[in-house]
Write a protein that binds this ligand. Structure first.
Ligand SMILES: [Zn+2]
Length: 279
C-alpha cells in the first residue's frame, strides 16, 4: 500500500522525467479529469505531500492525485508497452521521450493554485513526516487537539490531519517498536511517548524513501517487518503469537504483540461518533 515513503519516491522519479519539459499530450479517463488543458504548458515540479501527489504546470494548474489502496504512477519511455491495461489509466501526461501514467487512483483532479491552497484534504494536512526535517512540535499540537481526544494511538497515527505520511503498515510497526498498544487511547500516553512514536515514524519513512522493499526491522536476517501481516506468527522479539484486529470506517487491520505491547490503559475509551479519521 502506498505510504508517504512511496509517494516521496514516486514524486522524485516523476520529477526527474517530467520537470522542465513541455506537455505534448495529456488526457484523463473518459468523463474524468480534463487534463487536455495542460497541453502546451511546462511541468514545473512534482512533489508529494504526505500521501498526496501534486504535479504543477506552468499555466498555474496542478494535478492532484491520491492513490489510496490500489492506485499507482508508472513512467515509460515513449512507445514502451504499459504494464497495466490502458483502460485503467486515469491520467496520462506525455512529454518528449517519456510518458507518465496514473492507474486506478480514486482521486484525480485538476486544480488552480487557489484551489490547492483551500483544498479540504490538502490544506488540512498535518506536517509531512516523509519530508525533510518534519515539524514534530506542530504534529504534537495537532495530536493533542481536543477534537482528537477520542482517538486511539493507532487511529491518531493514521490521521493525516495530525501528521501526513504514515499509513497502515507503519502505524503497526511504529507502535511495536515503541512498545505501545495501538488500541489504547491517545490520552493514556505522555508527550514524550507520543513524540517518540512520531520520530520513529519519520525515521522509518526517511529510511525507506529510496525503496528496496519497505523495511522496519533493524536486526539483519529477521525479516522486513515486525508485526504487520503476521497474525498468529511468533513475535520476533518474544515469540508470543501476533494478534490483529480490524477497525475504522475504512476497515484496516492493525497488528500487535500482546506481550511487547501490553494494554497500557487497561480499558478502551468510548469513541465519539464524530471522531473521523482523514486518510
Ligand atoms: Zn513480543
Amino acid at each position: 500500500m502506498p505510504e508517504g515513503d512511496t509517494l516521496f519516491r514516486t514524486a522524485a522519479v516523476l520529477d526527474e522525467v517530467l520537470a522542465g519539459r513541455q506537455v505534448t499530450a495529456a488526457r484523463g479517463r473518459a468523463g474524468g479529469v480534463a487534463l487536455g488543458r495542460v497541453v502546451g504548458s511546462r511541468v514545473e515540479r512534482v512533489a508529494s505531500v504526505g500521501k498526496h501527489l501534486l504535479i504543477t504546470f506552468s499555466d498555474g494548474l496542478a494535478l492532484h492525485t491520491h492513490l489510496r489502496m490500489h492506485g499507482s504512477w508508472h513512467r515509460y519511455r515513449t512507445g514502451e508497452p504499459w504494464r497495466r491495461s490502458p483502460r485503467r489509466a486515469v491520467a496520462v501526461i506525455e512529454v518528449p521521450r517519456a510518458v507518465a501514467v496514473c492507474f486506478d487512483a480514486p482521486t484525480v483532479e485538476l486544480l488552480d493554485a487557489r484551489a490547492v491552497e483551500v483544498h479540504p484534504a490538502l490544506a488540512a494536512l498535518g506536517p509531512d513526516l516523509s519530508g525533510a526535517d518534519p515539524d514534530l512540535d506542530e504534529a504534537m499540537r495537532r495530536i493533542r487537539d481536543p477534537s482528537r481526544r477520542g482517538l486511539t494511538v493507532g487511529e491518531a497515527l493514521l490521521d493525516q490531519r495530525s501528521q501526513a505520511g504514515l499509513g497502515n503498515v507503519y502505524r503497526s510497526e511504529v507502535c511495536f517498536i515503541e512498545r505501545v498498544d495501538p488500541f489504547a487511547p491517545v490520552v493514556a500516553f505522555d508527550d514524550a511517548t507520543l513524540r517518540r512514536l512520531l520520530a520513529t515514524g519519520a525515521r522509518l519513512l526517511a529510511a525507506n524513501r529510496h525503496g528496496h522493499g519497505r523495511t522496519t526491522t533493524s536486526e539483519p536476517g529477521i525479516g522486513r517487518l515486525y508485526v504487520y501481516g503476521r497474525s498468529g506468527r511468533p513475535c520476533r522479539r518474544c515469540g508470543t503469537p501476533i494478534r490483529s484486529r480490524v477497525t475504522g470506517q475504512l476497515p484496516r487491520r492493525t497488528y500487535r504483540c500482546p506481550t511487547c505491547q501490553p494494554d497500557a490503559a487497561g480499558t478502551a475509551v468510548p469513541r465519539p461518533a464524530s471522531a473521523g479519521v482523514a486518510r
